[in-house]
Write a protein that binds this ligand. Structure first.
Ligand code: SF4
Length: 277
């Protein structure tokens, strides 16, 4: 990926936005990657070196990373025996005879105690209030934590996790006045959700293998034949009529034929939620 620096950005900010602590991109599929739309995964793999991406898009995620590091550093120091902090787990899955490795790094794993005989998976998310209110964010968290649950259960010395995971969300756009107006709105700028239901290990295993099968199939498919992204995957905002992921965030946009066809009206959504030309 070629990161494009905007004119006038100070060198020290550029240095911070370009800083990579080595946690990203060693080529193995990660838990969060396999959850992405197949079209995005395959186009990014295929055209990664030619993709241009604006550096300023990292500002939001860097803020989240800073909070994340503050929490995990403090936990590591204060409770060294109570949590596993940011340890990477991986497992090689057999997908119809093809071996594919998947890795995942849960933010925190609360270790078993006499009262709680199972581990608890915990993730830290810096996010916006909208996705959490709509419910999509919680579904994604549940899937991500379920993938971790499988990876942990597949270790030579397995860790068995509780049926419910925990996510603490830091809201980037939280507003006190909105919280006063609506009880459905998050009531604080940092909220812990301890009731994230996880898939049983067998079901999670099937989910992972299904995703990997779709990715392998996608790798054999030409760009214009790849499965279409859904409006939800494109982050469709009905009020504004915009596809926010395509418009701003999707790293594969430059090489995607679907988004331009949606913009020109060549592709439209039918009543069953299927794209039609
Ligand atoms: S630009 Fe939009 S439609 Fe194309 S791959 Fe990205 S998310 Fe999907």
């Amino acid at each position: 990926m070629k990161l494009i620096t905007p004119t006038g950005m100070p060198d020290y900010i550029e240095a911070q936005l370009r800083y990579d602590d080595g946690r990203h991109g060693d080529g193995t599929l990660s838990a969060t990657q396999i959850m992405k739309p197949i079209r995005v995964i395959v186009l990014a793999e295929r055209h990664g070196a030619d993709i241009e991406y604006p550096l300023e898009n990292f500002v939001e995620s860097k803020l989240g990373e800073a909070w994340h590091t503050a929490v995990t550093t403090a936990v590591k120091e204060r409770y060294p025996d109570r949590f596993i902090v940011e340890r990477e787990f991986s497992h090689t899955f057999d997908v119809d005879g093809v071996k594919v490795e998947v890795k995942g790094t849960p933010d925190l794993i609360r270790l078993p105690t006499v009262d709680e005989p199972q581990c608890q998976l915990i993730d830290l998310k810096s996010t916006k209030t909208y996705g959490v209110q709509k419910g999509d964010a919680r579904d994604k968290w549940a899937t991500q934590l379920s993938i971790y649950r499988v990876l942990l259960a597949m270790q030579p010395k397995p860790y068995y996790c509780d049926d419910y995971g925990e996510v603490t969300a830091l809201f980037k756009d939280w507003s006190e006045s909105w919280a006063e107006r609506s009880k459905d709105y998050p009531q604080a700028n940092e909220v812990t959700y301890s009731d994230i239901p996880l898939m049983p290990v067998e079901m999670g295993h099937e989910y992972i293998v299904g995703r990997l099968r779709a990715i392998l199939r996608g790798r054999e498919t030409q760009d214009d034949e790849l499965p279409m992204c859904t409006p939800e995957e494109m982050w469709f905002n009905a009020k504004k009529g915009q596809f926010n992921h395509c418009r701003k965030w999707c790293a594969a946009r430059e090489f995607c034929g679907q988004y331009p066809r949606v913009l020109t009206g060549e592709l439209t959504m039918d009543y069953h939620g299927q794209w039609r030309s």
